[in-house]
Design a protein around this ligand. Sequence first.
Ligand code: I3P
Length: 130
Amino acid sequence: QSQHSIIGPSESDVTVPLKGEYLNKAKISEGGKKLRKNWTSTWVVLSNNKLLFYKESKQEVTNLKPGNKPDEVDLCGATVEWTSDKSSRKNVFQIMTTTGHEFLLQSDNYPSICKWHDTIKMTADRLSSA
Ligand code: I3P
């Protein structure tokens, strides 16, 4: 299986970060407190142990500048699950962190959102069992 298969990564690909892509994101809880849902398009990058949310793709290359930091999500202990009851949109999955942050990620492109779901879930599982 190729490393960049859109079907889903194999075990050996687990530490390969996913390159940036625009996904729709809604943060629905922070520190266990429910937030008003607000979908925004975000440039999402998966590193070895974190999910990074940039406002725009060009921010990824200029992120050494102070004040240009992405939002970071520590995936250790996080749960990653498809959900059909937290949104009327299709292709939505949820990430819940140990600190009580909840996000929804969505894309109309099903193969693409599957790739993100599978790789983020494997990364969270790998970090949690380490
Ligand atoms: C929300 C907005 C969201 C919708 C959400 C609404 O209204 O329409 O797009 O989520 O549904 O409450 P508002 O803009 O007035 O805050 P989805 O698109 O994910 O369905 P929800 O309350 O059922 O989460």
